[in-house]
Design a protein around this ligand. Sequence first.
Ligand SMILES: Cc1cc2nc3c(=O)[nH]c(=O)nc-3n(C[C@H](O)[C@H](O)[C@H](O)COP(=O)(O)O)c2cc1C
Ligand SMILES: Nc1ncnc2c1ncn2[C@@H]1O[C@H](COP(=O)(O)OP(=O)(O)O)[C@@H](O)[C@H]1O
Length: 139
Amino acid sequence: MVEILGSVTGAVVHGDGRGKDLGFPTANIGFDGSAPIPADGVYAGHVRILALAGPDDRREFPEPLPALVSVGSNVTFDGTHRTVEAYLLDFDQDLYGCVAEVTVELFLRGQVKFASVAELIEQMRRDEDRGREFFASRR
Ligand SMILES: Cc1cc2nc3c(=O)[nH]c(=O)nc-3n(C[C@H](O)[C@H](O)[C@H](O)COP(=O)(O)O)c2cc1C
Ligand SMILES: Nc1ncnc2c1ncn2[C@@H]1O[C@H](COP(=O)(O)OP(=O)(O)O)[C@@H](O)[C@H]1O
């Protein structure tokens, strides 16, 4: 049985344009400030594309896509506002303007303010390993 800890739905918006440089592009989900969102942390979960980016967008995204989800204020970069961001595994497509539902299913850890970007990247690699183990165990 899949246990859903929480979910957020919204359009994929632009973030700080840093994820790709880190090797972990993240789809930032726009949400209403009053919407309930999962507690800050890093999770394994899934993304479903509920609406495409426009009338000419004919892509099909049939399955929920496995992802690592970060909810927090990007404290390593002294961010000032909370974001919900999803790094989709084995995926490389432009999602700006699509509407996505992000569900979080496994809490991996809390948010950490790393002393260096290299340490954040190292930790995200470990998060990805744990996420992949989780998805493999559920097949
Ligand atoms: C798996 C994962 C773990 C993350 N963990 C942290 C964290 O512990 N601390 C932090 O400051 N940011 C964390 N982040 C968020 C990154 O800082 C953020 O995705 C990155 O700065 C890119 O932001 P952007 O999409 O606005 O460009 C994490 C992101 C992912 C995908
Ligand atoms: N595996 C992936 N996971 C998430 N987004 C991806 C992925 N591959 C490509 N993208 C695209 O890259 C964008 C994120 O890039 P990123 O460098 O984090 O910039 P920004 O934070 O400004 O959105 C996503 O919105 C999506 O359009």
